[in-house]
Write a protein that binds this ligand. Structure first.
Ligand SMILES: Nc1ncnc2c1ncn2[C@@H]1O[C@H](COP(=O)(O)OP(=O)(O)OP(=O)(O)O)[C@@H](O)[C@H]1O
Length: 252
């Protein structure tokens, strides 16, 4: 099966700092893929390359190819703005637009793309909020400020906002690290349904979370992708002794 995402010989530099080293990684459609490894190993750097966020970082450079459905997103002919609509992003801290209502947050991407039809916006808002398991909690306060929601609700709102433009991939950078255990559990549960809508790549510090939510796991260490495989295999019978040492808590 052709992977939805294929990283080929990807190197990422911040000026002289070689942060990601020759990574090759395929991600299949409809799966959750966890990137794990100790602090500073390049997980976030790699994740950000998947929607060309480094274009905006002075001194950052990406080489190699990242194919999305067979097309290299770094090809000079690719428009980064339309490419980013196919690759949604959810950050560590919930970041709803603070001056906007719940509804306006969810439909902000569509409005930017020129959609004005109220019925269509409402339909997308409802579908996206349901996809993010937030609809029942906010359906009576769509016009209320997004900042009035709890932290966990705000993060699900950010997931709904990402879903509204129907991305093929959802990148999640430690999406639950700022949340309490109950909100974390809700988002973990949600991911199992979400992956039917958008393939997920998640950076997590929490190995238990990776084991719970992901289908495949990639272990990074000082910029190298040491091991990638089916999550069960990585956690029960890792092939590389460095993976074994990390998952058994001997460093990290
Ligand atoms: N904007 C930046 N400018 C310069 N160097 C950076 C930048 N972002 C990250 N780095 C460096 O790149 C390397 C990888 O960092 P990265 O944030 O990708 O690691 P990480 O595995 O996601 O870490 P953490 O788990 O702590 O978030 C580190 O050496 C870091 O200092």
């Amino acid at each position: 099966m052709t992977p939805l995402l294929s990283a080929q010989d990807v190197n990422i530099y911040y000026s002289a700092n070689h942060a990601v080293k020759n990574v090759n990684l395929d991600v299949q459609r409809g799966t959750v893929n966890a990137l794990i490894g100790p602090s500073g190993c390049g997980k976030t750097t790699f994740l950000r390359a998947i929607n060309r966020m480094h274009d905006l970082t002075p001194g950052a450079r990406v080489t190699g190819k990242i194919l999305l459905d067979g097309q290299d997103i770094y090809d000079p002919g690719v428009d980064p703005v339309s490419m980013r609509r196919r690759v949604g992003m959810v950050f560590q801290k919930p970041n709803p637009f603070p001056t906007m209502s719940v509804f306006e947050n969810v439909v902000s991407g569509l409005k930017l793309a020129g959609v004005r039809n109220r019925d269509q916006l409402m339909e997308v808002a409802e579908r996206s909020l349901k996809g993010a398991a937030l609809w029942d909690e906010v359906k009576d306060r769509l016009k209320a400020p997004a900042t009035g929601l709890s932290g966990g609700q705000q993060q699900r709102l950010c997931i709904a906002r990402a879903l509204a433009v129907e991305p093929e991939i959802l990148l999640m950078d430690e999406p639950t690290s700022a949340l309490d255990p109950a909100s974390t559990a809700r988002i973990e549960d949600l991911m199992q349904g979400l992956k039917q809508i958008a393939t997920i790549v998640i950076v997590t510090h929490n190995m238990h979370q990776a084991a719970r939510v992901s289908d495949t796991t990639s272990f990074f260490l000082v910029g190298d992708l040491v091991e990638h495989g089916v999550t069960d295999q990585i956690f029960t019978s890792p092939r590389d002794e460095r993976t074994e040492a990390y998952i058994s808590g001997r460093f990290g």
